[in-house]
Structures are given as C-alpha cells and as structure tokens.
Design a protein around this ligand. Structure first.
Ligand code: GDP
Length: 388
C-alpha cells in the first residue's frame, strides 16, 4: 500500500488529504476501508470531495460542475469543453465582467450618496457606454453557454422514412452496433430506438422511428405519434428513401412533412439496381448502402456538417440550463440598467440603474456559486459519483 500526503492548501479539497493506494483486490480494498472506518473515518457522500473544494474556495461552482461534466463526457469535444471550464475559462470571463460591474456600482453609489456632486463619479455618457460594453460581453457569454449546452446535452437526429426503406439498417450502420431490430416485415419497428453516437466529435442521439405512415393500427398509431413528437425536438432529420423501388406516395408525403426541418435525404440500398425513376428530389440526396456500409462514413461527415460541428470545435464550452437562465437574467438586468441610464435628467435614474446593476451582479454570483441557495448546492452535488 502507498500513502500519499497532500498538505493543505494545495490539495484537491484545500484540506490535508491522505490518499491510500493499494492493489485492486476487492478483499484488500474492503479491509483497508473497514480499518479506516474503525479508526474514525466515514464513507464520502457523492461529490463530497468536489463540494469541499468548492466550500474551501479552491474552485467555483462552474468548475465544480465541470468536474461532473468531465466524468460524464462521452466525446472528445465534451471532455475538452468540460476541461476548459474546469481550468477556469468561463470563471475568468465572468470574474472580469463582475469586476467591471463592481467598479461601476461603487462609483454610482458614491454619486447617489453625494447628490450635490451630481454624476461626478461617473459621467452619464460613460455610464451608458460602460453598460453597453457589459451587455456585449454578457451576450457573448449567453451565446457560448447556448453552444455549450448543445455540447453537453448533445444533438438529436431522427431517422424517418416509410416502412422497409432501411431505417433500422441505417441506424445500425451509423451506430456501428446491431441495436435496433431489423426485420423485412413492413411496419414492425414500433418503438423509438435511440443510441448515443459520436459524430465528428459531437454527441448525437440517433432516433430510429416507426415511420410517418398513416395507419389505423393502434400500436402503429402510437409509434407514428411518437415519431411526430420526436420530430418536434430533433436537430436534424434523415429522410430515408429506397432506391431499389420507385418513389411511393408515402415517400412523397414524408418528404413534404419534413420539408420544414433541417434534413438530409438519404438514398439507401445503392447496392441494388436503381428503380427509383427519374423524379427529382426536393433536396440533394446522399447515396448509401446500409448493408455494405458504402457511403455511411461520408453520411456521418454530412451529418456533422449539417450540425455545424466545426463551429463547436473552435471554442468548446460546457453549460447547462442553470447557467443559461442566470446569464439571460443578467443580460436583461443590464439592458434595463441601460434604459434607466439613458433616462437622463430624470430624478432617481441612478437608483434605478443601481438596482438593475446589482441584480445583474447577483445573477453572475449565482452562476459562479458565490451566492447560491443550499438546496441548489445539494442538488448539484448529488449528481456526482462517490469518491469525486
Ligand atoms: P425499416 O423498416 O425502414 O427500419 O427497414 P429495415 O432496416 O428493417 O430494412 C428493411 C429490409 O431492407 C431488410 O430486409 C434489410 O435487410 C433491407 N435493407 C436495408 N438496407 C439495405 C441496403 O442498403 N441494401 C440492401 N440490399 N438491403 C437493405
């Protein structure tokens, strides 16, 4: 057994930490844990180490959340985004805005406290432009956070098409594993089947649907309903056509139904002779054979391009709904502050500006965790695994 001592404050949690390492026999490890417990130790709660690091000021809440995101990362882009956040990229951006806000608030407060000086500490024209600058920086953070949420939560790509065109086969070819049931009886894929796959580094949930066929069969109707519901939240639709058969009314119907979505038309079964006819398609089609795998790699690249994978690779960020909502609040409060600042010459306008600047600041502090309710902390850390 090896014992490593990390003295405070340079350890992960900021406290004195001793790490015991031993060979991985569960019996030996179990015996070490029992000995430790007998000597007064207890098992850690989920996320307790990271919570302590947060409470001791080693990391802020954004970085603590990044630890969980890093553990959950399934693609390299997700891991890099989480790592960047752990290193403090977002923390520094927010701290810089917060420092500028703090300075502005201090000068405005001085102006309010000494009214006879008027806007002595901050000129009205510099006030509005200072707020403008903060609004721009916050807007950039909101945009990054929205992209970050996509990276964190991934994209939904639905595969649709009439029965038997090869949706499940394409799903399997893209997923690289035989997960969905493949059958030659039309209309037998009744459940949505999903699989998380890595497309050009983006986490993509592929959804194999039961098809958009109009039907009276209750089970099938349920499947079709689910397809419609799935379509309402997808980022991209793959419409599969079977080139070994002429286009049917069903195909036309599905093409029409999906015309408002971001979509790629996939012409499947290119290993079979074409009987599709000369009818031109409303969008360009990508030819693949789900059976031989021909064209599938290129289709994956096209899916990546349609989802704009390149833009996510530049400056990956990780963010969740909590960050986005708070940053949007900050943005709104700053916009209100700007309106109040421009209500020049009206009495009390500085007070209004102040109230709004302070609520923007409160939102930033909640993002970084400097001001955050205990129950929210408990919820955030309960998502962690034990030992982190
Ligand atoms: P779905 O109903 O749209 O999900 O279609 P399936 O994936 O179940 O496929 C229907 C039938 O077409 C099965 O017999 C598959 O083996 C066959 N099939 C699917 N893709 C191809 C392909 O690219 N080439 C050939 N030759 N057959 C395919």
């Amino acid at each position: 057994m090896v014992a490593t001592f990390f003295p405070a404050p340079a350890s992960y949690t900021g406290e004195d930490v001793v790490e015991l390492s031993a060979h991985g026999s569960p019996v030996v490890l179990g015996a070490i844990v029992s000995e430790a417990i007998q000597a007064g130790a207890r098992l850690a709660e989920p996320g307790e180490f990271t919570l302590r690091a947060f409470l001791n000021g080693r990391i802020d809440l954004l970085q603590a959340e990044a630890v969980a995101d890093l553990i959950d990362a399934v693609t390299p882009i997700q891991a890099r985004a989480a790592f960047d956040q752990l290193e403090g990229t977002s923390t520094r951006a927010i701290a810089a805005i917060d420092a500028a806000l703090f300075d502005l608030i201090a000068r405005l407060e001085a102006s309010v406290d000494f009214p006879e000086e008027g806007y002595h500490f901050v000129q009205p024209e510099t006030l509005a432009s200072a707020i403008d600058d903060l609004i721009d920086r916050t807007a950039a953070l909101v945009a990054d956070a929205r992209r970050g949420r996509m990276i964190r939560e991934g994209f939904q790509v639905a595969i649709v098409g009439r029965p038997n065109v090869g949706k499940s086969s394409l799903f399997n070819a893209l997923a690289g594993a035989a997960r969905a049931i493949v059958t030659s009886v039309p209309g037998t894929t009744r459940d949505l089947v999903t699989e998380l796959v890595d497309v050009e580094g983006l986490p993509v949930t592929l959804v194999d649907t039961a098809g958009l066929r109009e039907t009276n069969d209750p089970v099938e109707i349920e499947g079709v309903d689910r397809t419609r519901r799935a379509l309402s939240v997808v980022d991209l639709v793959l419409v599969v056509l079977d080139q070994s058969e002429p286009l049917t009314e069903s195909d036309e119907h599905i093409l029409l139904q999906t015309s408002d979505y971001k979509r790629l038309v996939v012409i499947n079964k290119t290993d079979l002779p074409s009987r599709r006819g000369q009818r031109s398609l409303p969008s360009p089609g990508f030819a693949v054979s789900s059976t031989t795998g021909d064209g599938v790699a290129e289709l994956k690249r096209q899916i990546g391009a349609a989802l704009d994978a390149e833009s996510f690779r530049d400056r990956p960020a990780t963010a969740n709904v909590r960050h986005i909502a708070l940053l949007e609040n900050a943005h709104e409060a700053l916009s209100r502050a700007r309106t109040a600042a421009l209500a020049d010459g009206q009495s009390l306008s500085e007070e209004f500006v102040l109230v709004d600047l302070q609520s923007a600041r409160a939102a930033f502090e909640e993002v970084s965790g400097r001001r955050v309710p205990d129950d929210l902390l408990a919820e955030i850390f309960s998502r962690f695994c034990i030992g982190k």
